[in-house]
Design a protein around this ligand. Structure first.
Ligand code: GLC
Length: 700
């Protein structure tokens, strides 16, 4: 390969460069890229593709001009479904069920493969403690353990063992690293934290992806320690390559290499290109600094050509492992695209995922499930078919039903209105609404109020929707609120005004069917929050695994403690919270012993009874607290959980084995350590309602 051919493999551009006549329709972008048409045909991969026909056309055109017949690699954001859209990842994470996450990725891979896509830019493993950040919708919440588990599940679901097999995608974990810690929750903003906190909370998710065999890692837009992640050799070399032994491909985020100029750490494109290749960045996405500058840099002695050879080898090895040299169209299948995509089987699996990913936040006087009440269904999401949320670019609303259309088959709906505010409800309407026994409001954020570049400083329901709730509250009828949103919302004002709250987030293609099944009790909600819901924005960042501080708030009498004058410290709904139509009671927390040596196990047991006539899942959570260590440790840390089915009136003894692995932490020397001393274990139905017991960790 010539040097230019090698450098081409390290460049990724959009499909439009191949789908349009470069000389006329694309002079702008080609000029913008700053490369000739000839070099366009040296690029190694494509970002995004619409369907099998487009992919086939591009690959044929490209190979016809390729000297070595090295196939193009097609990559895309297939995050929570391709055409059969599953719940957004933040919702999927509330299932606390790795099988659900795995299956979401499986269906997405099978469908995306029919279009010839071979790499997905997913899962997003950016832990976040800030609901103002728009991209919390794409992640798995605030807990490191869940972030690890669900990242692993999705990587395995996408790759399914052998990426050369049809129906399997190479997974690109993103965004390395700590993108979810953007200051003030403002997307693309500065990230600043200690290396210890980075390693303790933020890196485990990405590492779980590497350990699960992810083939690519995408760099983040933000800086870490003042250096952009895309040219950060501490992250890309010290951590990713040397410590984690990652052998896969490192790809930038969209134009993030060129953005190092705006960050002020690169003088110009040449400088950025040199820094990128030296830091270990293999593929540059959406810009062509490598193509424009690396040859010059090699000739000037600023870049050792071996760095380029190593990067190119990783890209070619990925193409080889995908089987593209044998079949450049691997997976692309015009027939399967018609039969596999949006199949009944896929929709059934998406429904199962949605059933498990909808959180019951409130159910006053067990107003839910509805029985044969007359229903007034009101709100923008009452008649909408678009409940898929961000990154559902290939999903289509017409593939979904509305809540109205499904509910009318199962219940007595006496009135429906897609009103967004009270002005849209007229006098005559009230006569009909008054005949209803219950008002069901389907409200929430627009899909584009979360996702990339969509952070919010206020996380309220839209004002007009809040006025709608107030209007109906005056009628004195029970109100059930169904929420569609891509982040935890501030529900402090709304909560007292309604009798039940169903947090649906964005449930995907089968949203309506799942929501109606939960409303009518055919599905018993079991999901639990994976992000805290703050009482107001002033509490943010707010998360359950916080430190105790030297002045923990105990009660109002002691003024000089860590608290606010105007709001309590606790969130409105805590991490791990979610109700069921069943009633689970925990008692008899017991430890097999109260002293543990590092090589021993303590068996923790608890008796849980379903004191109801309704069967359902309970997600039993196990937390620890390390009371004395070399660094201040969180008041709680999730270490294990079990999702357990209970028949009506069934009682089970649930056990957790505590080992030293549950008791370690990252020291200031960035080592995994433990300290002897007093520990607490907590077992409960959420991070606040727990039974507690203590034990002593002793020396060997
Ligand atoms: C975007 C996103 C990233 C996505 C990439 C390609 O800017 O940050 O998550 O995978 O570009 O679409």
């Amino acid at each position: 390969m010539t040097l230019d051919e090698k450098i081409g493999q390290l460049t990724q551009i959009g499909p439009h460069f191949f789908l349009h006549d470069l000389n006329h329709e694309l002079t702008g972008p080609v000029t913008e890229l700053g490369i000739s048409e000839e070099k366009i045909y040296l690029t190694g991969s494509i970002l995004g593709i619409g369907n099998a026909r487009e992919m086939k056309k591009i690959q044929e055109k490209y190979l016809a001009k390729s000297r070595h017949k090295i196939p193009l690699l097609f990559m895309a954001d297939v995050v929570h479904g391709y055409e059969t859209i599953f719940p957004v990842p933040l919702a999927l994470s509330t299932s606390w069920d790795e099988d659900i996450l795995f299956d979401s990725a499986r269906v997405a891979a099978i469908e995306a493969q029919t279009a010839g896509i071979n790499v997905t830019f997913a899962p997003m493993s950016d832990l976040s403690r800030d609901p103002r950040w728009g991209r919390v919708v794409e992640g798995f919440g605030e807990d490191p353990l869940l972030n690890e588990k669900f990242t692993q599940a999705m990587v395995r679901g996408f790759q399914n063992g052998d990426i050369s097999q049809e129906g399997n995608l190479a997974s690109c974990v993103k965004h390395f690293a700590a993108y979810g810690a953007a200051e003030a929750g403002r997307d693309y903003n500065t990230v600043d934290m200690s290396k210890r906190i980075l390693h303790q909370h933020y890196l485990p998710g990405y590492k779980a992806g590497v350990d699960a065999g992810a083939k690519l890692m995408m760099t983040a837009f933000n800086v870490f320690d003042g250096v952009p992640a895309t040219t950060n050799s501490y992250l890309l070399k010290d951590v990713l390559r040397n410590s984690w032994q990652f052998k896969g491909v490192v790809i930038s985020d969209y134009a993030s290499l060129k953005e190092t100029i705006k960050h002020g750490t690169s003088e110009n494109g040449y400088d950025a290109a040199v820094q990128g290749i030296q830091a270990g960045l293999d593929i540059e996405m959406a810009t062509a600094l490598y193509m424009q500058n690396l040859r010059k840099a090699v000739e000037a002695g600023d870049v050792d050509v071996q760095l380029i050879d190593e990067a190119v080898l990783r890209v070619l090895m990925l193409k080889k492992e995908l089987g593209l040299f044998e079949n450049p169209y691997k997976g692309m299948d015009l027939e399967k695209e018609k039969t596999l995509v949006l199949s009944d089987n896929h929709k059934m699996r998406a429904k199962k995922a949605a059933d498990a990913s909808i959180v019951l936040l409130k159910n006053e006087n067990s107003i839910l499930p509805l029985k044969n009440q007359k229903i007034a269904l009101i709100g923008p999401y009452a008649t909408s078919q678009a409940m898929m949320g961000p990154w559902s670019w290939h999903g289509k609303p017409e593939n979904s039903r509305s809540i109205q259309s499904v509910l009318e088959e199962k219940a007595k709906v006496v009135y429906t209105n897609s009103a967004k505010n009270s002005q849209e409800i007229h006098a005559a309407d009230y006569d009909k609404i008054k005949t209803a026994d219950v008002i069901v409001l389907a409200l929430g954020e627009a899909a584009n109020h979360s996702g990339e570049a969509h952070s919010r400083s206020v996380i309220d329901l839209p004002k007009n929707q809040k006025s709608l709730i107030e209007t109906f509250q005056k009628l004195g009828k029970p109100i059930v609120l169904i929420l569609f949103n891509g982040r935890p919302l501030k529900l402090t004002d709304v909560e007292p005004q309604v009798d039940a709250i169903i947090e649906a987030f964005f449930p995907g293609t089968m949203a309506a069917e799942s929501i109606v099944d939960i409303l009518m009790g055919r599905v018993n909600p079991s999901a639990k929050l994976t992000m805290s819901f703050p009482r107001n924005e002033g509490q943010i960042p707010i998360y359950y695994n916080h430190l105790n501080t030297g002045r923990p708030f105990a009660d109002a009498k002691d003024a000089y403690t860590s608290h606010y004058l105007d709001v309590e410290n606790e969130p409105l709904y805590p991490f791990g919270y979610g109700l069921s139509y069943a009633q689970f009671n925990y008692q008899n927390l017991k430890l097999s012993k109260n002293h543990l040596k590092p090589n021993e196990i303590i068996v923790v047991s608890v008796d849980i009874k379903n004191d109801s006539d309704v069967a359902g899942f309970e997600i039993v959570q196990f937390y620890i607290r390390d009371h004395v260590a070399k660094v201040s440790r969180p008041v709680k840390e999730l270490k294990q959980y079990q999702k357990i089915w209970f028949n009506p009136k069934e009682e089970k003894k649930v056990t957790f084995d505590v080992t030293i692995n549950d008791l370690t932490y990252i020291s200031n020397a960035l080592e995994t350590v433990y300290d002897t001393g007093r520990f607490s274990v907590f077992v409960g139905t959420n991070s606040i309602s727990c039974l507690e017991a203590q034990f002593q960790l002793e020396k060997e």
